[in-house]
Every structure is written in structure tokens, then in C-alpha cells.
Design a protein around this ligand. Sequence first.
Ligand code: AN7
Length: 375
Amino acid sequence: MPKSTHYKGLIDRYRDRLPVDSATPIVSLTEGDTPLIKLVNLPSLIGKSVEMYVKFDGQNPTGSFKDRGMTMAVSKAAEKGAKAIVCASTGNTSAAAAAYAARAGMTAFVLIPEGKIPMGKLAQAIAHGAVVLQIRGNFDDGMRLVKEVAEQAPVEIVNSINPFRLQGQKTAAFEIVEALGRAPDYHCIPVGNAGNISGYWIGYSEACGKNTASCTLCNGDCPYLDNPLTTSRPVMVGYQAAGAAPFLRGAPVEAPETVATAIRIGNPQSWDLAQAAVDESEGWFDEVTDEEILTTHSLLASREGIFCEPASAVSVCGAMRDLKNGKIPEGSLVTCTVTGHGLKDTAIAIERAEPVKTVDAELGSVKEAILSHIS
Ligand code: AN7
């Protein structure tokens, strides 16, 4: 009989490196184990020799990296006997919370900024049966309200201020180290609420047996350092959208605005943890404009076959620029997290494109249309 190789999700996979025990009811959608895709066309566009990979976390069950954190947050909520969870969201957290709550038999309450999340994400929250509250405000307003309401109602917060979220998200770094057989030299990542960059840094640190100030769970006494996978950590580079770049301004941004709605966040909750990740790794933050984001969004789809949402293109966009200007040296091994799937936000892809051509349903027209594209 062949041995079963059925992958059962990241908690099962990394149980010995996560704060779960036999009493934790695991709520999983078989998240994690996402592809690390080598870029074959983009590096040559900027004329640089570099080994560059995309960690395509848009291939998680609900189409974003949030599933990694949500399997942990909802499993731990279930362990406590919680009946309801709550989050503020620019869309992906709400989709993940809704799906994992559905599976756990809990109610998910999700606060989203009215008119500012793509239809794909709204459809997910609705389909999975979440109670959707559109607020007349932005993500930061929603986050403040979630913290206030959780003091007065029996609901468990599943935003990334819940430390179990970062524990789940750190597993992406483990997967990258295992896939490459070493840590990358540079890891580039979009930054919104700043949870994911903090989670990756915890993961990369634990993977090489080091503690980090980004981990708040064990107060500097990390139980998961015993079995290192590698010996080094990457330089962490966090990129923000220019209209929502508090790390570049050095202060919260009052009215964040960007086409990358997922990271339309002005007051990141994990500010100190993300800053620690960048400081400890001797990395940096930088910003990219909406135009640059959309250009990379379209290049990834049209040249690499990787369809992501605008916020996810931010990592590759920044990495390409920093390779071009030499801040990331040629010959480096670079990984970029691509956080969410392009099918989440189809409107933006169609809006930017040439109108789709319509032809008569007969051979002459179809042939003419095809030949006009072949020279
Ligand atoms: C595709 O869903 O904050 O810096 O409420 O959806 O960890 O916040 C989404 C964030 C990047 C930024 N890419 O990650 C939410 C939410 C995508 C995202 C980010 C988000 P963090």
C-alpha cells in the first residue's frame, strides 16, 4: 500500500513549531503549502541577473495569505469555546474569517469600509455567511471599533493584533526556507496593517534558531528554536502604496488612498513589530505609486502568468526597482510574497485593458482577427 501523502494544512505540518496541543480543535481548510514560483521573464526586463521567486500565497483556500493566520486564530478561538469572531478588513481578512467561521460553526462579524472592497472579497464574506457591516469610514475606523466592541460583546478579535494570526503566518517563511534549502538574501513584502512582515520575520528567525522582538507570544523565551532549518535570515524589505505609507511618513496617515485597496491602511496595528523586523534584519521600507503598482500587476499577469491583486504586486514592484537601482545587489536570491489572487479584483484588470473585441460568428472574421495579431 502506498503511504498516504495527503497534506492536511499548516497546523498539522508545523504542529511542533506552533502553540497548539492535543486540546486544540484544529479548524483547517488545508491552507499553506503554496507554490514558490521562479520568475523567468521579469528579471531580464530590468537587465539584471537575479534569482527571484514569488511566494504565491494567493493560492490559499480563500485566495490570500490570511488563511495561514486564520486557521490558527479560529482554532484557538474554538479552544476557548468562542461562538463568534470579529474583524475589521479591507476584504481578505473578512473573506478568510467568514470561511473559517463557517467551518467552525461560529458567527463571523466583519466590518468593511463602504464601497472600498472589491466585489470578489465581498462575495466571499456573504457566501460564507458572515454578518457584513459596511461602515462609513475606512479600515482604521473599523479597527478602532472592533477593539472597542470586543470589550463589550462576546466576540474574539481575529485581526492580526491576535498573536495567533502571526504564528500561522510565520509558516510561509518555513516553507520558503525548505523549498530553497536556505533563507533568501532579501525578502520583499507589501505592508498594510504590518502583520505579515512581522509574521515572516518571526518565521525566518525561528527557522535559524533566533529569537526576535517581533514575536510577542512568549516574551523573549521562544519554545520553537530548538530545531533550526537554516543558518541565516534575509534582509526584510517592506513596500507601501505611496498614498498609504505611514512608515515612510513616520506617522499614521489620516486619509489613506490607493488603488491597492487591500493596503488602504493609515494606522498599522503591528507598527513596532514591523519596525523591529526591518531594524533587526537591516532592511528598509519604501513606497511605490499606484501607477507603478498597476504596471507590475499587469506585467506579472502578462509576462509571468501570475494573476494577483494590485496590493500583491507591490512586493515585486518594489523589488524590481531596488534591483534596478542596485539597492538589492545583482546575484542576490530574492523572494517576494504575492499575497492575494487576481480573481479577487477582476474590475481593476478589465478597467485598465483594451476593450474586448467582438466579431461575427463566422470563419472569415475570426481568421482575420487572428491573422491581424500574427505578423
Ligand atoms: C492582498 O484584509 O489588512 O501588512 O483587512 O489583503 O499584514 O496587513 C489585508 C492586508 C497585503 C497587507 N496584501 O498585509 C485586511 C488586510 C493583501 C492584503 C496586505 C493585505 P498586512
